[in-house]
Design a protein. Sequence first.
Length: 109
Amino acid sequence: MTNTILMQYMGFEAKNQGREYLFQVRCSTEDMREFTLTIADEAFNARRVRYQDAPGVCSLRLRRELIENANFPSNTNFPITDAEMDDYKAAHTSKAPKSPYSPKPRNEF
């Protein structure tokens, strides 16, 4: 696997069953490939993923495919699974900060 991969989000296209997100990946000046990742409309309707998070979800999936396949995945089209959306959501959900007014733990000796 090469050390430097340039991955660029090129936009999306609405299709009958979902949205297709297009990425260009450049591993060297001569090696540029395009990948399409698809999220079903039902995932947006069920609020499993937000529209603004979809490129990030796709980017993580594509990065994982590139790493697992030494930058040469045999496929160029990947569906996004519910598990991948859940993983993204869990990793990007911020926890509420503690209130400065909450009781402090006691040190008992």
